[in-house]
Design a protein around this ligand. Structure first.
Ligand SMILES: [Zn+2]
Length: 74
């Protein structure tokens, strides 16, 4: 029997336990960006520890864009 699941359905999200700052308008985006930043930290060799961008020198593109999305004011 085939059961359809989503990629993130059973994944632990660190941002779920983080308090969202009062000035955040889009809390969903803020939590998503927080998860990306946590998952894309530079490893001991200076490269991103996430397997999706192992060749990138940290902070990788994903981490930089996540950081930008959290600081951008609209
Ligand atoms: Zn990365």
């Amino acid at each position: 029997m085939y059961t359809e699941t989503t990629i993130s359905s059973d994944r632990y999200r660190p941002s779920a336990d983080m308090p969202v700052p009062d000035d955040v308008v889009d809390t969903l985006l803020w939590r998503l960006a927080a998860d990306v930043m946590i998952e894309h930290q530079p490893g001991p060799d200076g490269h991103c520890a996430n397997l999706r961008c192992a060749d990138e020198q940290g902070p990788c593109t994903a981490a930089v864009q996540a950081a930008m999305s959290r600081t951008r004011r609209q």
